[in-house]
Design a binder for this molecule. Sequence first.
Ligand code: M7G
Length: 343
Amino acid sequence: MAAHVEEKDVNCKRSKIDDTPDQTSVQSTKKIKKDKVESEDRVSKTLESFDGFEVLKILYKNPQNKSVFLYGKFQGNDDNAVVLLEKTPFPVSALSTLLSADVSLKPLLQNDIYSVYDGLPKQDLGFSGIKTTVIYPATERHIEKYTDQDVALIEETCDDYCNITLPYLEEQTFKIQWVYNILEKKAEEVERIVYEDPDHQDGFVLLPDMKWDRKQMENLYLVAICHRKGIKSLRDLNHQHLPLLRNIRDKCQKEVQEKYCIASDQLRLYLHYQPSYYHLHVHVTHVKFDAPGSGVTRAHLLSDVIENIELMPDYYQRKTLTCVLREKDGLLARFREVRGQKK
Ligand code: M7G
């Protein structure tokens, strides 16, 4: 048994350093193809309203950032839907309309010099105030992803990656059709592409992340998706990927400076570990924005990743990586099972 594990371990290291399509990536490609076929006839339609929508469960609510995530169904349809409602920040351009006769004030409190009102716009002031994201049809994984749950910190050694994480990932069918839609220009989002380097090896597409309402620069959130397929995550990165990583860093900084007038020292470029989608991508956010997942338990600065690999080419095949896993994540259950831990 030990010999078997060791052999598998060596293969695991070799496949990552070679960066050639080994058995693993062939298997992943098969799964990706399967996802593609499955999802092609399940493309969600553009909704005009929530007519007939029934809320079945509140998955998460946060009064601080004024968001609520819901699970529900549309009448007469059995498909699941996940809806994310988030109040957006005030656009500076709308302030003059907001502080005008177009908003009537209903007093809620009056005491000395202090007063509180309900501000009621008399008409549409040009900003909806509610960012509405719909995932439809949603899978069980989506419902889990957006459900409020406890998390656990896991220290994943390189052996754990080979023996627990990688086999688990290979069993899953991850839906990354949205990534291919962008890379192959099949999604409407193509119009929003900020920049593209079409090179097959080191190229990438930079576009607004689904999390950004594209209204304010202070919460700028872009995502750079590499063209190269088969790089699942940070764990796969080695010295052969340095040109790709440097290219993403340099061009993203340049393009954001030119397009949004945001200097490179105001930008945070990072990768998630573990990511939700196992096709290499880099998060690009404004440094002032406290983006979800930008903390130490999940984010790895791209500049640090580059330097670590420069110092040690197989750094990410050797380093123990601490990551946060959610209670309902099957990977956490697998770690607990292997480590003989009970919840
Ligand atoms: P991640 O680290 O794999 O997972 O990042 P996370 O969602 O847990 O952060 C994937 C990133 O891609 C996230 O920032 C998502 O908001 C973003 N994203 C996901 N989808 C399905 C889309 C999409 O369809 N379009 C765009 N533009 N971004 C997306």
